[in-house]
Design a protein around this ligand. Structure first.
Ligand SMILES: Nc1ncnc2c1ncn2[C@@H]1O[C@H](COP(=O)(O)OP(=O)(O)OP(=O)(O)O)[C@@H](O)[C@H]1O
Ligand SMILES: Nc1nc2c(ncn2[C@@H]2O[C@H](COP(=O)(O)O)[C@@H](O)[C@H]2O)c(=O)[nH]1
Length: 401
């Protein structure tokens, strides 16, 4: 048998969080550093809303933090365990298989950045997404270089593999552009308010308009079991690099500035003033793209088909893998009764229920080392498998059954 669980938090009984929290209901507590996070809330008959309160141990004060991301919907109870001191893993009881594992980010880079902006305590919800942990793809490059064209080709060839992160923008729609498909077209005052409310993963002022990726835009794609593609400028790429969304960063270069101008003009979507502005900005973007250290790959879009083949190659789509269109990952079937503990880099969910005992699988193991990314929105790469603690033994948790 392996070493004893490092940290176990089981459900607390009704109204017994031990810290004098005023709200009623079923809660779990997890202490990280000076702070105790009390998660849970009011019981409404048999369901529990999921709220967060923080008890600051040195001062003895309660803080209600700003909560970012979509919070979990109601459930029948919660278990929690801290992971790496920057996030808390939550297991929801009585939830659907794709909705039972969540992460509350309490001190990740993203949360620390938001704390600075908001000037108060911030936490962020992130839902566990099971399955292939392929990184989102960030594509940047000067206006007119062909980013949109390359992304359309990828989405057309691999419709079940990729999903486009639909950005918000304050610029006016072009004649063929549809709201909610190409962009979420919005007013500046509304977008500024939503930025202030922490709804955006990144945003930037680009060519005189506001553009931004909402947390929800990334969540929607991850929930569909697809790999997210972001078409954003270099400032946005820098912000994403600083967030906990672990992505691949690709910069697309034109063969020359003359060719870039030709493409922008022949697209015919911008006024002369806009074209000149975009060309001026292109010079700075090219410098940053080549020297900022943000980008993992630089591609030259001279011949479109050759560039597309290079893009596919670096995304691992040039061989047999390309033929494998992936289906959406399945969730985890958790019984209502269970307890959660941590052992090394594995989370053990003990399901001592008669049904699972009958199926001779009473432990569910979550390998934390497989997790990718985090807030905003979704934590990808949940590697979960069931074992029988009696016949497989706890030492057997390294061997997925
Ligand atoms: N390799 C290429 N050779 C010639 N024309 C190209 C090539 N790649 C794209 N184009 C054309 O260049 C124009 C600009 O491409 P696209 O709209 O994809 O650029 P973009 O980088 O997405 O621009 P923006 O940042 O302004 O959205 C389009 O008319 C497209 O058909
Ligand atoms: N930082 C962000 N930049 C974005 C986003 N969506 C698009 N963009 C970039 O804006 C320019 C101009 O786009 P256009 O559609 O007006 O031609 C281009 O470089 C895009 O990459 C975003 O969400 N954030």
């Amino acid at each position: 048998m392996g070493e004893a669980p490092a940290f176990v938090v089981d459900n607390l009984l009704q109204n017994q969080d031990g810290f004098g929290s005023k709200s009623k209901g079923c809660k779990t507590t997890t202490t990280i550093g000076d702070k105790t996070f009390v998660i849970g809330g009011e019981n409404d008959e048999s369901t529990l809303s999921v709220e967060v309160q923080i008890f600051d141990n040195p001062t003895g004060n309660w803080v209600t933090p700003i909560v970012l991301g979509t919070k979990p919907n109601t459930c029948k109870g919660l278990s929690a365990v801290s992971l790496n001191d920057d996030r808390i893993l939550i297991v929801k009881k009585g939830s659907t298989p794709d909705d039972c594992i969540w992460f509350l980010e309490v001190d990740t880079q993203f949360v620390r950045g938001q704390k600075k902006i908001q000037g108060t305590d911030v936490v962020a919800w992130s839902k566990g997404a099971r399955g292939y942990a392929e990184k989102p793809v960030v594509i940047s490059g000067p206006s007119g270089v062909g980013k949109g064209t390359l992304i359309s080709m990828l989405m057309k060839e691999f419709p079940s593999m990729f999903g486009f992160s639909v950005s918000h923008t304050t610029r006016a729609p072009r004649c063929m552009e549809k709201d909610g498909v190409h962009y979420h077209f919005t007013e500046r005052s509304i977008m500024e308010k939503e930025i202030k409310d922490g709804k955006f993963l990144e945003y930037a002022s680009v060519h005189g308009n506001l553009y931004g990726t909402s947390i929800e835009a990334v969540e929607v794609v991850t929930d569909a079991g697809k790999r997210c593609i972001l078409d954003i400028d270099v400032q946005g790429a820098r912000s994403v690099k600083a967030s906990s969304l672990e992505a691949i960063f690709i910069f697309i270069c034109p063969p020359s500035m003359e060719e870039l101008e030709t493409r922008l003009r022949s697209r015919g979507t911008e006024t002369e003033e806009q074209i000149l502005k975009r060309l001026r900005n292109a010079k700075t973007e090219m410098e940053q793209g080549n020297s900022s250290g943000i980008f993992d790959h630089i591609l030259y879009n001279d011949n479109l088909n050759e560039c597309y083949e290079s893009l596919k190659k670096l995304l691992g789509l040039d061989g047999a893998a390309a033929a494998t269109q992936r289906s959406a990952p399945q969730g985890i079937d958790l019984p209502t009764d269970h307890s959660v503990s941590k052992m090394d880099n594995k989370i053990i969910i003990n399901c001592g229920t008669p049904e699972l005992k009958k199926a001779s699988k009473n432990l569910i193991v979550l390998d934390v080392s497989s997790l990718k990314g985090g807030a905003p929105g979704r934590t990808r790469g949940l590697d979960v498998y069931a074992i029988d603690s009696f016949s497989d033994g706890l030492n057997g948790i390294n061997q997925p059954s």
